[in-house]
Design a protein. Structure first.
Length: 236
C-alpha cells in the first residue's frame, strides 16, 4: 500500500476504465384457393380448401391467417412474398474499461513527472501543470520538495528516466484506482545551485517508486494521489 511506503527525500528535500403484421386488403366478398396452390399433406391447406368450397365470405383477418398458413405453398398463382428478415445491426464491442483505466492512469503518472521537471527549472511549487496530473498527498509532496529547493536557492535540471508499469487495477473501488510501479532514474536529474554547481557530490540513481492513480471523476479525471520513492539502488 502507498500509505505504508516511506518517503525518501533526495537532492535538496524534494520528492521526485414477427414477422411483420401486414394488413391485407381483399377485393370481393369471398376468396377461393385452388388445391394446386398447396403442398400435399398440409392439413391447414385442406381445412382451408374445404371451407372455401362453400363460397362463404372470408373475413380480412381470416385471410391474413390463411396467408400465413400457406407460406411455402406453390401453385399457379404468384403469392406476394414477404420481405426477408433484416440483419440486425452489429453493436460496437463494449469498451475495454480496464485497458482504458490503465492508459489514463499511466498518462497521469507520466504527465506528473513532466510537470515536475518543468517546475524544477525554477523550483516553482505553483507550476499549474502539477495540479493537472497530481492531487492530494502526491501533489503536496511534490510542492513541498520544490518549495524547499526554492528556499535554498536551488533548481532541478536534467532528464528524469521513467518506465512505469501497472501492477493492480481496482475498478470496483469508489473511486476507481490503479497502482503503478516504476524504477525511476535520477542519474541525469540533479539539484544545482543558482550558479550552476551541483549541490552535493552524490549522483542520482535508480529508485523504486510506487504510485496510486485515482479517477476523481468529472472535471478532474485521473490524478496521481499517492507517491512513494525509495533510495538510490533499490531497483535496477
Amino acid at each position: 500500500m502507498i500509505a505504508d511506503i516511506e518517503m525518501w527525500n533526495f537532492h535538496g528535500g524534494f520528492m521526485v476504465g414477427s414477422i411483420e403484421a401486414r394488413q391485407l386488403h381483399v377485393a370481393g366478398s369471398s376468396v377461393t384457393i385452388s388445391e394446386r396452390q398447396c403442398q400435399e399433406g398440409l392439413r391447414s391447406c385442406q381445412s382451408f380448401l374445404a371451407s372455401s368450397r362453400s363460397a362463404r365470405p372470408v373475413a380480412v383477418l381470416g385471410v391474413a391467417i390463411a396467408v400465413a398458413l400457406l407460406t411455402g405453398c406453390t401453385g399457379g398463382g404468384s403469392p406476394e412474398t414477404e420481405a426477408g428478415p433484416t440483419t440486425p445491426a452489429m453493436s460496437a464491442p463494449p469498451q475495454d474499461a480496464r485497458g482504458s483505466a490503465e492508459e489514463l492512469a499511466l498518462n497521469a503518472y507520466r504527465g506528473m513527472w513532466s510537470a515536475y521537471a518543468k517546475a524544477g527549472l525554477t523550483a516553482n511549487p505553483d507550476e499549474p501543470d502539477l495540479a493537472k496530473h497530481a492531487s492530494g498527498k502526491a501533489l503536496a509532496t511534490l510542492r513541498e520538495g520544490l518549495s524547499n529547493a526554492r528556499r535554498d536557492g536551488h533548481v532541478i535540471k536534467g532528464e528524469l528516466g521513467s518506465s512505469p508499469q501497472v501492477t493492480e487495477v481496482n475498478l470496483s473501488n469508489q473511486p476507481a484506482t490503479v497502482s503503478i510501479a516504476d524504477c525511476l532514474s535520477t542519474e541525469r536529474f540533479l539539484t544545482y545551485t543558482s550558479s550552476g554547481d551541483l549541490v552535493d557530490d552524490e549522483s542520482g540513481g535508480r529508485r523504486l517508486t510506487k504510485a496510486t492513480a485515482t479517477n476523481l471523476g468529472t472535471g478532474e479525471g485521473w490524478r496521481v494521489t499517492g507517491l512513494g520513492i525509495q533510495a538510490v539502488g533499490t531497483c535496477s
